[in-house]
Design a binder for this molecule. Structure first.
Ligand code: HEM
Ligand code: MG
Length: 336
């Protein structure tokens, strides 16, 4: 086993050009894992993460800080959740794509008899109403989908700002995301008979829309051109002359951007029933409903049966997830 240690906070958190000369784009090969996260895929394509897509907690925290200026505690919470949800927290390894022979079953089959599925596996982390991936029940939930991206471009042309360079309406704004995210929800609510949009997934999905606006934007201007967005989402490569965000983006910042996107057309947490009706969830009277839904209701209670290094890592990671929410850490209590 590997004892997981949270990396120190970096003091290199200003604006800078990415990638540097040591991190050119290299196409993923046949054995390399890529998955539903365009941020992690891009980092792996440039070698900020291991090119094979099999990564440790520490490597994720360091890479998203270096490449995108994602703040340390937000990065640690996401990486900790990824590791507990779909990785092997005993070996400190998670696949950013699908199941891998490099990542075996957890000790004592603590999360069931199968190897961890990787971030591409539906449920726990990967979920419904993504922007450029289809819901698992109706299509490809892992790879970039042209048809969905075309829709995002249509909304950019309709609701975006004019580019000062080309004069075309091609700047991706909060307004674009407000309209696009609502349209995506309405589509999937109708098409996906088993749609699940509980508060954890709902919050993550609006957070991911905020990632597009805030972490893909060029740090020099803070604006996001359609071309830059396509570089990340479609090609999974850093664009030319791109600078990362000029200051670290933390959970409070991302949550406020996500809330601004949501409130234009509020959608409440819920799921479809057998008749395809969207049934709202009862509110959760807890410190933070997204935290509790993701990390307590959604992570298997069997993780509490771990011993030794795995037990120690589970505690480290549960604490890392709780920290930016300002909530006391709560042990996982969900199904395998
Ligand atoms: C989506 C993991 C950091 C951008 C996802 C998904 C996972 C994931 C599992 C799929 C969820 C779904 O849509 O069903 C992670 C982890 C991170 C991380 C563990 C560690 C810190 C980042 C960063 C960025 C980013 C730094 C941007 C720079 C996105 C976007 C999506 C996404 C835009 C949504 C894609 C879509 O809806 O089509 N991420 N991510 N992520 N991630 Fe990440
Ligand atoms: Mg998804």
């Amino acid at each position: 086993g590997v004892i997981i240690v949270i990396p120190p906070v970096s003091n290199d958190t200003g604006i800078k050009q990415i990638p540097d000369a040591a991190h050119p784009w290299v196409a993923p090969g046949p054995g390399d894992q890529r998955g539903p996260c365009p941020g992690l895929n891009t980092l792996a394509n440039h070698g900020y993460l291991p090119h094979n897509g099999i990564v440790s907690f520490e490597q994720i925290v360091t890479a998203v800080g270096e490449g995108f200026n994602m703040e340390h505690d937000l990065a640690s919470a996401l990486a900790g959740f990824a590791m507990l949800a779909r990785g092997n927290a005993y070996l400190d390894l998670v696949s950013i794509g699908g199941e891998s022979p490099l990542i075996p079953v957890l000790p004592d089959e603590i999360d069931g008899p199968n190897p961890p599925g990787g971030l591409a596996k539906h449920g726990r982390f990967e979920g419904d109403v993504s922007m450029t991936r289809q819901d698992a029940a109706i299509g490809d939930n892992v790879n970039f989908q042209d048809s969905l991206y075309d829709e995002l471009l249509l909304y950019t042309g309709q609701f975006g700002d004019d580019s000062p360079v080309t004069g075309n309406r091609s700047i991706v704004t909060t307004k674009v995301m407000q309209e696009f995210k609502y349209a995506r929800f309405l589509e999937d609510q109708v098409r996906n008979k088993v749609l699940e949009y509980h508060v954890g997934r709902l919050s993550l999905s609006y957070g991911e829309a905020a990632f597009v606006l805030n972490f893909f934007a060029n740090g020099t201007t803070g604006t996001l051109s359609q071309q830059t967005m396509g570089s990340f989402l479609r090609n999974q490569t850093f664009p030319d002359n791109w600078f990362r965000k000029s200051s670290p983006g933390n959970l409070t910042f991302i949550a406020s951007s996500a809330t601004e996107i949501l409130l234009a057309h509020p959608v409440a947490a819920g799921a479809n029933n057998a008749n395809g009706s969207y049934i709202l969830d009862a509110p959760l009277p807890v410190c933070s409903a997204p935290y509790y839904n993701l990390a307590v209701q959604n992570l298997p209670a069997s993780l509490n049966n771990a011993t030794g290094i795995l037990a120690r890592n589970v505690i480290t990671l549960v604490q890392a997830i709780a920290k930016p929410f300002g909530c006391p850490p709560v042990a996982p209590a969900g199904p395998v």
